[in-house]
Design a binder for this molecule. Structure first.
Ligand code: GLA
Length: 365
C-alpha cells in the first residue's frame, strides 16, 4: 500500500513537471495550408513554436526581478515570417544546416549537385530548405513533435528523408530532439537557428553579454565561410571563450578570421563526447541577470553574432539591427560531406539520425 502511494506520488510529480500545451491556428501560407502554433507553458518559461519551419517563435523567461521578456528575435504574426526569407529566425535548417561548398558532395562515388543559394554555396539546405516547409504536427507530453518528409532529390539531396523535431518543456529547460531516417544513403545535419538576446528581443545589441564555449578548438574558414579543414586551438585568440568573456570585447579586433566572418560566424569543436549530452555554451547577461545554458549531443556549435542583420526587419519591440541577436547552432561541422576528417554526416538506410540539444534558462543576481 505504502509502495503504491509512493509510485502514485512519483507519477503525479512527473506529470506536473510537464509543461501545459495549447495549440491554435496562426494563419495560412501562400499555398493555402494552415500554420499551427503551439504554446508550451511551465511555471518558469513560456515557449511558442510553429509548424512553418518547425520554428521557435518566442521564449519568455523572467529576469532577476521576475520581469518576463521574449529572449529570441521574431515577429508577432505569420506575415513577418513569410516575408523574411533571410534571417532564419528560430528555424530548423535542413537538410544540411550551414554550408556545403559549391553545393556539391560525393557519396559512394556519385557526385550530387545541390540547390545553391549563397554565392557558390548551399546554405541551410538550399533555396527551398526545411525552413520554408509547413511541417506536420502532433502533440506529445509537454510539447510537440513536427514531422517532414523530404522527397528523393529534394534540393538535390539523395533519398527520401523523414525528419522529426520534438520540442518539450520541463520547468526551466527546453529539450529539442531531432531524428531522421532515409531510404538511400544521404547526408543530414539539423539544428535550431534561434537568435537569442537575453536582455529581450529588440532591446539593442548582444555585445555586453558574456559567453562561455566549452571548446579548445575551432574550424577556421576561407573567404566563403567554408572550413579550411584545420582544427585550430583557440588559446591566445579572440575565439577563446573557455572562460566567460564579453562578446563585444574582441569582436572588432585585428584578426583575419573575425574579418572574414564580419564578427563571429564560426564553428567551435566541442570538448565533450559526441553522442552524449555535454555542455556547449553558456550566456550570461549582466543587465537582466538571465543565463542560458546549452547542452548538446553534437560535436560542434556555430556561434554567430547576427552580422548580417541590418535593420531591414523589425519585431514588436524594435528593429533587428547589426548584432542584436546571437545564435548557438549545435551541429556537425560545416561542409562535413567534403571533409573526410570531420565527424561524418552520412546517414544510411536502416540507421536513425538522432541528436539532442537543451536550453536551460536561469537567473544570476
Ligand atoms: C548561419 C550562418 C551565417 C548566416 C546565418 C543566417 O549562422 O553561419 O553566416 O548565413 O546563418 O543569416
Amino acid at each position: 500500500m505504502k509502495m503504491l502511494g509512493v509510485i502514485l506520488l512519483m507519477m503525479t510529480t512527473a506529470a506536473a513537471a510537464h509543461a501545459a500545451v495549447t495549440l491554435a491556428d496562426w494563419g495560412k501560407l501562400p499555398d493555402g495550408s494552415t500554420v499551427t502554433i503551439y504554446t508550451l507553458k511551465s511555471p518558469k518559461v513560456e515557449v511558442r513554436v510553429m509548424t512553418f519551419g518547425a520554428r521557435v517563435v518566442s521564449i519568455k523567461t523572467p529576469d532577476k526581478n521576475g520581469k518576463m521578456a521574449d529572449v529570441v528575435l521574431g515577429y508577432d504574426n505569420l506575415q513577418g515570417y513569410i516575408k523574411d526569407n533571410k534571417t532564419y529566425f528560430g528555424v530548423v535548417p535542413g537538410r544540411y544546416a550551414n554550408r556545403v561548398a559549391n553545393g556539391k558532395f560525393s557519396l559512394d562515388g556519385k557526385e550530387y549537385q545541390l540547390s545553391v543559394n549563397e554565392g557558390t554555396n548551399t546554405l541551410h539546405g538550399g533555396k527551398e530548405g526545411f525552413d520554408r516547409r509547413n511541417w506536420k504536427d502532433k502533440e506529445v507530453p509537454g510539447g510537440v513533435e513536427f514531422t517532414l518528409v523530404s522527397p528523393d532529390a529534394d534540393q538535390g539531396f539523395p533519398g527520401t528523408l523523414t525528419a522529426h523535431v520534438r520540442y518539450t518543456l520541463q520547468g526551466d529547460r527546453i529539450a529539442i530532439h531531432y531524428s531522421a531516417t532515409t531510404d538511400k544513403p544521404t547526408v543530414v545535419n539539423l539544428t535550431n537557428h534561434a537568435y537569442f538576446n537575453l536582455s529581450g528581443a529588440g532591446s539593442g545589441t548582444i555585445l555586453d553579454e558574456k559567453l562561455t564555449i566549452y571548446s579548445d578548438k575551432m574550424t577556421p574558414v576561407d573567404s566563403k565561410l567554408i572550413p579550411t579543414g584545420e582544427l585550430k586551438p583557440v588559446a591566445g585568440t579572440p575565439f577563446d571563450f573557455t572562460k566567460p568573456e564579453t562578446i563585444g570585447a574582441r569582436i572588432n579586433g585585428d584578426d583575419e578570421q573575425l574579418k572574414l566572418g564580419r564578427g563571429y560566424d564560426h564553428n567551435w569543436v566541442l570538448n565533450g563526447k559526441m553522442g552524449t549530452l555535454h555542455p556547449a555554451a553558456r550566456v550570461y547577461d549582466p543587465a537582466s541577470g538571465r543565463v542560458l545554458t546549452e547542452e548538446t549531443t553534437e560535436p560542434g556549435v556555430q556561434f554567430y553574432t547576427g552580422n548580417f542583420l541590418d535593420g531591414s526587419f523589425s519585431g514588436p519591440n524594435g528593429k533587428y539591427d547589426f548584432r542584436t541577436g546571437l545564435c548557438l547552432e549545435t551541429q556537425h561541422y560545416p561542409d562535413s560531406p567534403n571533409h573526410p576528417t570531420f565527424p561524418s554526416t552520412e546517414l544510411k538506410p536502416g540507421q536513425t539520425y538522432s541528436s539532442e540539444t537543451t536550453w536551460t534558462f536561469t537567473v544570476e543576481k
